[in-house]
Design a protein around this ligand. Structure first.
Ligand code: PBG
Length: 329
């Protein structure tokens, strides 16, 4: 049988690994991946997070070891979350000089000065009620007080910078916090500490497992009065524009795979360094399916990371950062 008279045959460039390699448009490097780590004042040894296989609440010592190992694997940075022994209504542990995050950052920077350390700037892990700001309750309704919370967030960011954090990453979604954090950092002499803003952060059920890991679930109410409505895309663009105007150096879209359209728009409208968060629920789904033998974990993780990169992410925050860095290194 004779061939069809086809001039365009896209399959020509797919015929061997070498050809596919030659025309590949998107690449993964170890430095693309940022590893979130949980350090807890409440544990005497690492405690596994049930809903996130492979993730642990770490002691300060184990945290340093894990950060060093991640550095060896070539990850781009680590992102630190702290769980304090005691919580209160003003999140005082969040901005304490010797708080769990501040001590941990000092310890990591002493052990691995070259490793980039990012701190999550939020109050929820330190508030007795689990909300991301100062909160008044009216029965089941939680009213988060924006401007007073922003002051505490700015204090928190400065205390992280004082401890040696290379980058601060506010994840609270209060209005005006980027500008307030920028001026507080500048006033304290940290003009050169960059801000990675969780700029378009949606109220998402995919954060469920994280709240087990960070012990930060709200005791009443939900986060819908400050995190974004999953239905909105134009609003995400407005949020990112505001944060860049207020001085964000880098922006983040969160969650990940279900929000690739937002990621694409943000990268293409602003061209700023843009990050995506492959969040706890996404990680948990993959791990659970892989444990059943229903999905190939490595292949699905790599494919997911390519999707983030294709959509415009410069880097991806993922609980699988160490494995990924090794696989692509
Ligand atoms: C804290 C914070 C959350 C996440 C990152 N920072 C939880 C939340 O907003 O409830 C979620 C990360 C994940 O699910 O992996 N504000």
């Amino acid at each position: 049988m004779s061939s069809l008279p086809l001039i365009q045959r896209p399959r020509r460039l797919r015929s061997s690994p070498a050809l596919r390699n030659l025309v590949r448009e998107t690449h993964l490097r170890p430095g693309n991946f940022i590893l979130p780590l949980f350090v807890s004042e409440k544990v005497a040894e690492p405690v596994a997070v049930k809903s996130m296989p492979g993730v642990f609440q770490l002691t300060e010592q184990a945290l340093v070891a894990e950060a060093l190992a991640a550095h060896q694997d070539g990850v781009g940075a680590v992102l630190i979350f702290g769980i304090p022994a005691a919580k209160d209504a003003l999140a005082s542990g969040a901005y304490a000089r010797d708080g769990v995050v501040q001590r941990s950052v000092r310890a990591i920077k002493a052990a691995a000065p070259e490793l980039l350390v990012i701190t999550d700037v939020c109050l929820c892990e330190f508030m007795d009620h689990g909300h991301c700001g100062i909160t008044h309750f009216d029965g089941e309704r939680a009213h988060v007080v924006n401007d007073a919370s922003v002051k505490l967030l700015a204090q928190t960011a400065v205390s992280h910078a004082e401890a040696g954090a290379d980058i601060v990453a506010p994840s609270d979604m209060m209005d005006g916090r980027i500008g307030a954090i920028r001026s507080a950092l500048d006033a304290a002499g940290f003009q050169d500490t960059p801000i990675l803003s969780y700029a378009a952060k949606f109220a998402s059920a995919f954060y469920g497992p994280f709240r087990d890991a960070a012990e930060s679930a709200p005791s009443a109410g939900d986060r819908r009065s400050y995190q974004m409505d999953a239905a909105n895309s134009n609003e995400a663009i407005r949020e990112v524009a505001l944060d860049l105007d207020e001085g964000a150096d880098m922006v983040m879209v969160k969650p990940g795979l279900a929000y690739l359209d937002i990621l694409w728009r943000v990268k293409h409208e602003f061209g700023a360094p843009t990050f995506a968060y492959h969040v706890s629920g996404e990680y948990a789904m993959l791990k659970a399916a892989a444990a059943q033998g229903w999905l190939d974990e490595k292949a699905c993780l790599l494919e997911s990371m390519l999707a983030f990169r294709r959509a415009g992410a410069d880097g991806i925050i993922t609980y699988a950062a160490r494995e990924l860095a090794r696989w692509v290194g």
